[in-house]
Design a protein around this ligand. Structure first.
Ligand SMILES: [Zn+2]
Ligand SMILES: [Zn+2]
Length: 140
């Protein structure tokens, strides 16, 4: 499982910039998620320590992939999210692993379904033909 550890002592007064990647295979909730990450998620983050709270501003860039929910062809959608995380810390000697929180931010914002394109025509319910490729005899 991916770890993204922040060593509090290493955070400079202007904040700590973090560039990392969340592996797509570590994102899933269960083994059979319908929507998955089609690429590793790029993480750009800035961490700052405010008193006893570690504040992390996160920007995530990824790609969701699935079957199109109408025609079952491959469908992809860019994934972008900004998140603000905070962690209570005991002392500046702490090391905080923010990976699980980032994973949850990704999972919460995965779309429930994807379309290969907005106007996907789907499959003919009678013959199963992909109507994006043209009409079939049932569509007249
Ligand atoms: Zn489709
Ligand atoms: Zn048909």
């Amino acid at each position: 499982m991916k770890e993204i550890k922040i060593i509090l002592k290493d955070i400079p007064s202007g904040g700590l910039l973090i560039e990392d990647v969340f592996p797509k295979n570590d994102v899933g909730i269960t083994g059979d998620d319908i929507i998955r990450m089609g690429a590793d998620v790029k993480i750009s983050a800035k961490a700052a320590l405010m008193d006893k709270i570690l504040l992390v501003e996160v920007h995530l860039d990824g790609l969701c992939s699935s079957e199109c929910s109408r025609c079952l062809e491959d469908a992809h959608k860019p994934f972008h999210k900004d998140a603000h995380l905070d962690f209570a810390v005991e002392s500046v000697d702490d090391v905080v692993d923010i990976a699980e929180d980032i994973r949850q931010e990704i999972v919460w914002d995965l779309p429930l379904r994807l379309l290969c394109r907005e106007d996907c025509k789907g499959l003919c319910p009678a013959c199963g033909k992909n109507l994006n490729e043209g009409p079939c005899e049932h569509q007249k």
